[in-house]
Design a protein around this ligand. Structure first.
Ligand code: TXD
Length: 316
């Protein structure tokens, strides 16, 4: 039977998610947005592309949230994105209220779905989503780490002049400017990054610049676009997570997952490496951290925790 994928928020990322889902033949797509006409218009446009692309899946656009009923996968981008000069945290109140309502809808219409939150500030929003949807922790995740790692991979591949596909890396912590890129766990075709750059005589200062550019990767695009934020790479990243679930791929991906003791943290969402398969988050992988990484992670944890307590106050 064909799977049903609901995309809540039909803006830049939502539209791209729909296009990718259809081209990859992942299932029938429902695009939901509060804006009248827009999801319907995008769905019609996407449907017409099936004549060329030849996908067998249907796509519908609607303003009716009950249409998410019995979805297998839900991906949420509803809310407002950053404008130049705004931090992700400036979105807290508006997006918090939106995500709370969507959480309650998910509880009502598709409590068994695998749900991926993309809306910022990510780690706080996925916490709110899980709280109100009552989804199991395994079925409720946030997308940020795949994107942040993709940015790091891209910058490294350019600097090192190697294929992006040969770079293995991940980013730990919250999706903020204090995320923790895992240099010690980065390999180039199996060779540790630090050995690789030593051999090539690439100074560590260059790598540090790349790490900073990764941390600020979202802001760099916001500034260039002048309206809205990145959407192609975020959509690809979330589709990789959805695909891992739908096809039971057991992929190891950095995602915002609910922590219950892992990394010494409890009752919070944060970016960690997880295995995604047909049960959702099947395992959280813990890796040893250096003293410096532990310190950086602590800072990132503090930012996430203060956002969560701020949003809890707003919503209660
Ligand atoms: O790594 C990550 N997690 C991210 C997150 C990377 C990039 C962008 N990230 C965040 O995704 C960004 O900060 C935003 O919070 C979301 C969505 O970004 P997008 O670029 O798609 O924003 P758009 O184009 O403004 O689309 C948002 C849509 C828009 O069509 C609104 O009408 C709709 O959300 N919207 C709603 N839909 C449903 N229900 C409600 N309540 C609602 N409110 C607004």
């Amino acid at each position: 039977m064909k799977k049903k994928i609901t995309l809540i928020g039909a803006g830049n990322i939502g539209g791209t998610l729909a296009h990718l889902s259809l081209i990859k033949k992942l299932g029938d797509v429902v695009l939901i947005d509060v804006m009248k006409g827009m999801p319907q218009g995008k769905a019609l446009d996407l449907s017409q592309s099936s004549a060329v692309e030849g996908f067998p899946c249907k796509v519908e656009g609607t303003n009716d949230f009950s249409q998410m009923k019995n979805s297998d996968v839900v991906i949420i981008t509803a809310g407002i994105p950053r404008q130049p000069g705004m931090s992700r945290d400036d979105l807290l109140e508006t997006n918090g209220k939106i995500i709370k309502k969507i959480g309650l809808d998910i509880k009502k219409y598709c409590p068994k779905a695998f749900v991926i939150c993309i809306t910022n500030p990510l780690d706080a929003m996925v916490f709110v989503l899980q709280k109100y949807s009552k989804l199991s922790a395994a079925k409720c995740v946030g997308m940020a780490g795949v994107l942040d790692s993709s940015r790091l991979k891209f910058f490294l591949s350019k600097e090192l002049n190697v294929s992006i596909n040969d770079i293995q890396t991940f980013v730990l912590g919250g999706h903020g400017d204090d995320m923790v890129p895992m240099v010690n766990h980065t390999t180039i075709g199996g060779i540790p990054l630090l050995d690789f750059i030593k051999k090539r005589k690439i100074p560590m200062t260059k790598i540090n610049k790349i790490l900073d550019r990764t941390r600020m990767g979202g802001g760099e695009i916001v500034k260039l676009l002048q309206r809205g934020s990145a959407f192609y790479a975020p959509a690809s990243s979330a589709i990789q997570m959805a695909e891992a679930y739908l096809l039971d791929q057991k992929k190891l991906l950095p995602c915002a997952a609910y922590l219950n003791g892992q990394y010494g943290l409890k009752n919070m969402y944060m970016g960690v490496p997880v295995i995604i398969g047909s049960k959702g988050v099947e395992e959280i992988i813990e890796v040893p951290l250096s003293t410096a990484e532990k310190k950086m992670l602590k800072t990132s944890v503090k930012s996430v925790q203060s956002l969560v307590s701020a949003v809890n106050k707003i919503l209660n």
